[in-house]
Design a protein around this ligand. Structure first.
Ligand code: AHM
Length: 337
């Protein structure tokens, strides 16, 4: 048995060699994201030890400005992507507008990156796993000019790569460029992400469903019927409140994650650009499915603004299909509440 460790950088370079005309820019971009993930991981792991959990802009005892971890992660990702010269601009869940980068060493980068720097950040204070989500698009605008909003208003089908990092019991980076989904576990002793989960395939079905059932009475009839069906069939409920963690479990054990429209969030809560699209790209590439609660494929949904929200049903293919049948069957039934 060959037990030789394959690092993330080595893996990315090997994959690049499979494409004779690849320029190496996408590979460099993925490596930059890997570096940013290590930096964020370091801070997430020591969050309980240092006084970093304060309110944004609060001062710590030595008078330094204390940042919330999600803003820290946001800045680190931007720094890593800005300095590499492979990324023309970023859009982040933490920022109102896109940030364009000026050219580094005369390069004209052809990619833009979207990210949620620390998804599920309300969980940090209680030591529950959080994650970073990212997606990479080839830009549409002239690459000798500044990137524009239209570079980000591309449907998820146009993603050239996407992935996430989960800061959990171990730190794992999972990514795909549309040719298999692979996972890399951070070995803290050598500071490298090492290939640990090769060619991930989502199970056809799973034993768990994942939804914030506390909102049950606020869901539409078809969603309530589907949840009743899961419960009737003795499925377990698992909901972490950190989408990356829930999706990570579903990727390996199967299951379905649902975030429908509620009265508070009529369009759904999760962001299309930073959460739904990249995770749907990963899940689809692992053999799963992802649709809105209106039954459109997530990756086909037109992106009209940066912070657009979407409803989502994502996970094992047989379970997403089953959910779809429930919507088709019950959404025609009139409700009187
Ligand atoms: P955040 O961007 O504020 O972290 O919110 C996103 C998170 C997801 O990770 C998670 O699935 C969802 O919000 C939980 O929302 P709720 O508490 O409404 O169930």
């Amino acid at each position: 048995m060959n037990n030789r460790i394959v690092t993330l950088d080595e893996f990315i370079l090997r994959r690049q060699k499979d494409f004779p005309f690849a320029s190496g820019e996408l590979s460099a971009l993925l490596r930059d994201i890997g570096v940013a993930a290590k930096i964020v991981n370091r801070e997430v792991n020591k969050a309980g030890l240092v006084n970093i959990l304060g309110i944004a802009d609060a001062e710590n005892q030595s008078g330094d400005i204390v940042q919330k971890l999600d803003l820290y992660a946001n800045d680190k990702l931007i720094d890593c992507l800005k300095n590499s010269g492979e990324c023309a601009a970023v859009a982040s869940e933490e920022l109102e507008d896109i940030v364009t980068f000026s050219s580094v060493e005369g390069k004209s980068p052809k990619y833009v990156v979207v990210f949620d720097p620390l998804d599920g950040s309300s969980n940090i204070d209680v030591n529950v796993s959080v994650g970073t989500i990212f997606g990479i698009y080839r830009r549409i605008s002239d690459k000798n000019e500044s990137a524009t909003l239209e570079d980000f208003f591309q449907a998820g089908t146009e993603l050239v790569g996407a992935g996430y990092v989960i800061y959990g019991t171990s730190t794992i980076l999972v990514y795909t460029t549309g040719n298999g989904v692979n996972g890399f576990t951070l070995d803290p002793t050598i500071g490298e992400f090492c290939l640990s989960h090769k060619d991930i395939k989502i199970p056809e079905r799973g034993n768990y469903y994942s939804v914030n059932q506390g909102y049950y009475l606020k869901f539409d009839l078809e969603m309530r019927r589907y949840i009743d069906h899961c419960s009737d069939h003795n499925m377990g409920l698992r909901y972490i409140g950190s989408m990356v963690s829930d999706i990570h479990r579903i990727l390996f054990q199967g299951g379905i994650f649902l975030y429908p429209n509620t009265r508070k969030y009529p369009q759904g809560k999760l962001r299309l650009l930073y959460e739904c699209n990249p995770l749907s790209f990963v899940v689809e590439n692992a053999g799963g499915k992802a649709i809105t609660c209106q039954l459109d494929r997530i990756l086909d949904v037109p992106v009209k603004h940066l912070h657009q929200r979407a409803t989502i049903a994502i996970g094992s293919p047989a379970m997403v299909d089953e959910y779809k049948e429930f919507v088709e069957r019950y959404s025609a039934v009139p409700t009187f509440n």
